[in-house]
Design a protein. Structure first.
Length: 415
């Protein structure tokens, strides 16, 4: 056991939220911050090449690669649940689409739960402060924030055809789904800067790491929360083959996400007491809601074979791939600078809803995975996400070993 160190703030998880918190909490230079991240630093070049998303998305070194338990309403299928296991979290491996959410969602939360500060009017200044949009600063968009946001600009006739088709189908068109008209089909925004991915690690963690009061430990697996009385005072974690203990003077912040955070709480004795006892864990705090209310957006993927050679599948050819990579290295342009999913939409799936309940993502290529290997086809792909699902599930422990993945029961399509 190494010497116990103490920090003002200890953050579990160096994903999107953890990076933002680390940046903000170290800004004044007065407080020491430690971030513990189970994955590596984002040194993998393919993380930063936007089109490299297909290489990193399923990489087991960068993705927790969770799977659900048998889903009853999906013919007992085990659904893949990707989660980033790298500094920046899922923002380092996802398709970079930037979508705030519909303003009426925020207003509904404010009204239904008596949370007026969650209205869109109250949240908008923070959205603007957090971004630098290449559209320029406006009433809707920010111009001086840490996260770079870029409108899709890669030229392919299928993007234009998709947007035009949305208008012809009566689903509407808009120039900015994060702006004044968040409904219809459009060219999407993405988190990129000068042809590179702008993840939470790039936008927030790297600036924080220049400060002497900031410490980041990668490949650090937290085993349990240390509790004294009714207070969480520190953590036990593994790093470099050794077990370490760290304490916090102010706050212990869990930002491991919807899966890792409740798992850690239950392993530490915080959660539904009956479940903890069944796993041989002494309950420290009986909190029935830990691991409950699990929800996700079901997605349907539709692929159509393309009759004209306008899709981007040919870039998979070794010579073309090398040429695309060299161009990206030279000027950060070309197909490698595209995150592929550059068009999409927010639409109403049925006429009786007051605002969009479906989200589109459109890409000019067909993608299939054979394990972690990618196969591109002459096709175009549309994904359709249900935005406000009512099905609810839960997370349960499978063992008391922190290295074991928990049981995920999303109960998709159960309501």
């Amino acid at each position: 056991m190494s010497q116990v160190k103490t920090y003002d703030y200890v953050i579990v998880g160096g994903g999107s939220a953890g990076c933002v918190l680390a940046n903000r909490l170290t800004e004044d230079g007065k407080h020491t911050v430690l971030v513990l991240e189970a994955g590596p630093m984002d040194h993998n070049l393919m993380i930063h090449v936007p089109a490299g998303v297909y290489k990193v998305f399923k990489d087991p070194k960068l993705n927790w690669n969770y799977k659900t338990e048998d889903e009853p309403e999906l013919y007992e299928r085990n659904v893949e649940i990707p989660r980033g296991k790298v500094v920046g979290g899922s923002s380092s491996i996802n398709a970079m689409v930037y979508m705030r959410g519909h303003p009426l969602d925020f207003d509904r939360w404010g009204q239904e739960f008596n949370l007026p500060k969650w209205s869109y009017a109250q949240c908008l200044p923070y959205f603007k402060a957090g971004e630098t949009s290449d559209r320029g600063a406006s009433d809707w968009r920010g111009g001086e924030g840490p996260l770079s946001v870029t409108k899709g600009a890669y030229e392919n006739p299928l993007y234009d055809a998709f947007v035009e088709a949305g208008g012809q189908a009566g689903q509407g068109q808009t120039d900015d789904l994060n702006g004044y008209k968040p409904e219809g089909v459009a060219r999407l925004d993405s988190t990129k800067k000068n042809g590179r991915r702008c993840s939470a690690a790039v936008a927030h963690m790297r600036p924080a790491l220049t400060r002497p009061n900031m410490t980041l430990k990668t490949r650090a697996m937290v085993r349990k929360i240390l509790i004294e009385g009714n207070r969480a005072v520190g953590l036990e974690y593994e790093h470099g083959g050794e077990t370490h203990t760290v304490r916090t003077e102010r706050e212990l912040i869990l930002s491991g996400g919807a899966i890792n955070s409740p798992q850690l709480m239950m392993l530490s004795g915080i959660g539904p007491a009956d479940h903890l006892r069944a796993m041989g864990i002494e309950p420290k705090l009986d909190l029935a809601g830990v691991g409950q209310n699990l929800q996700d957006h079901p997605t349907v993927t539709v692929k159509y074979e393309c009759t004209k050679p306008v899709t981007i599948h040919k870039v998979a050819h070794p010579v073309r791939k090398a040429m695309a990579g060299m161009r990206w290295m030279f000027d950060r342009k070309g197909i490698a600078s595209s995150n592929i999913w550059e068009a999409g939409g927010l639409v109403r799936g049925n006429a009786d809803v007051p605002y969009p309940n479906l989200q589109y993502h459109f890409g000019p290529v067909g993608v299939d995975y054979e394990g972690t290997n990618i196969k591109l086809g002459q096709a175009f792909t549309l994904t359709i996400d249900q935005l406000r699902p009512t099905s609810r599930g839960y997370i349960a422990l499978k063992s008391t070993n922190p290295m074991d993945k928990p049981a995920l029961h999303f109960n998709y399509m159960s309501t």
